[in-house]
Design a protein around this ligand. Structure first.
Ligand SMILES: NC(=O)c1ccc[n+]([C@@H]2O[C@H](COP(=O)([O-])OP(=O)(O)OC[C@H]3O[C@@H](n4cnc5c(N)ncnc54)[C@H](OP(=O)(O)O)[C@@H]3O)[C@@H](O)[C@H]2O)c1
Length: 327
């Protein structure tokens, strides 16, 4: 099968299209003929081996997993023994969080892993986009913020994959959403449900004193220190970007003060929990309440371009890789 292989750490130039052995489904696994994947910031870090801390997980001197890619969507082509729920021909979407392999024509996945039937109204490209930022945004809003109906939430970095998903999920929970993004993306964030928008190139949301129950900084560009004054008493600041200050602030504010800081490590969630989250988003997508947003589409052979695009830090929604006869 064709796959994008990264045998060494480095720039997107290390990515090579190669013929590799097709994986074989083991007991409890299905083989999926894969039609689509996405490129994320986390995958860029895995490919580059940067920040260096990332190598403690991905491999100290060279990548442990040479085929990157977490999200996939396609059709079950074969099933291993003791698979009972999925059948050959089923359309499925999933996320291989720990062992990657989704930038390839075929992917193996556990039937009881992070995999769901693809919503009938979504193409495979739309499915990988639907399960891109949402699997991060959902635990941040539900467990991290314990978001309640009627609360005010500000989403910084609202046009990114996590931000676009956060707007839609926060609306689903009944929150009043303010989205912060650049001028070019104002219309997009309104179109997915933001009640109010702030153009970050003109206004500074941190001047809106005592205004928000939740500030979700999806890009980590506004620190807790700056954002604090915009939180209501009892409010919480959440960021996706782990830094030493936020870890210390999380510890400190858990004991002292009326305004909290927190981070959630969504990649550490148990597969069963992730699968439930995927199923929740699938239901919302099926009903039309959650709309996947695709920024750019890159055929597998040009995966390196997708990585270059994601590294600009200015994409809106998802950068999708299409594979074979993708739709
Ligand atoms: N903790 C976790 O478990 C976890 C899980 C997944 C992802 N993450 C992290 O979450 C972050 C966001 O991921 P993503 O996929 O949403 O990224 P993304 O799709 O690349 O989006 C980034 C967005 O931020 C906007 N932006 C850029 N500079 C900004 C600034 N100074 N202020 C406000 N907005 C700015 C960009 O649009 P404009 O420039 O046009 O405004 C862009 O739309 C990444 O750092 C990723 O590593 C963490």
């Amino acid at each position: 099968m064709k796959a994008i292989v990264s045998a060494t750490y480095g720039s997107p130039d290390v990515l090579r299209l190669e013929e590799v052995a097709r994986p074989v489904p083991h007991d409890g696994e299905v083989l999926v003929r894969n039609h689509a994947s996405v490129v994320t910031k986390a995958l860029c870090a895995a490919r580059a081996g940067n920040p260096f801390m990332a190598r403690l997980h991905f491999g100290l001197t060279k990548p442990k997993w040479t085929i990157l890619g977490t999200n996939y969507a396609g059709v079950v082509e074969a099933v291993g023994s003791s698979v009972t729920r999925l059948r050959v021909g089923d359309r499925v979407s999933g996320v291989n969080v720990t062992d990657f392999g989704a930038h390839a024509e075929y992917v193996c996945a556990r039937e009881d892993g992070v995999i769901v039937p693809t919503p009938a109204n979504l193409t495979d490209s739309e499915a990988v986009a639907a399960f891109d930022g949402s699997i991060t945004a959902l635990p941040f809003l539900r467990e991290g913020a314990r978001l309640q109906s009627g609360q005010t939430v500000l989403i910084n970095g609202a046009s990114g994959a996590v931000g676009i998903a956060a707007i839609q999920l926060a609306k689903h929970y009944g929150a009043i959403v303010t989205a912060v993004c650049s001028t070019a993306h104002l219309q997009l964030v309104k179109s997915v449900g933001a009640d109010e928008v702030i153009d970050r190139t003109r206004d500074d949301f941190t001047r809106n004193l005592d205004s928000y129950d939740v500030i979700f900084d999806t890009v980590g560009t506004s620190s807790f220190g700056r954002s604090r004054r915009a939180l209501k008493s009892g409010g919480i600041y959440l960021t996706t970007v782990p830094t030493l200050p936020i870890l210390l602030q999380m510890l400190w504010t858990s004991r002292v003060g009326r305004r909290k800081a927190a981070i959630v490590f969504t990649g550490l969630a148990k597969p069963a929990e992730m699968a439930r989250n995927l199923a929740s988003v699938a239901r919302l997508a099926e009903s039309g309440e959650f709309i996947p947003v695709i920024d750019t589409v890159h055929p597998l052979e040009h995966a390196a371009d997708a990585y270059r695009h994601v590294e600009t830090g200015h994409k809106s929604g998802s950068a999708v890789i299409t594979i074979g006869t993708a739709n």
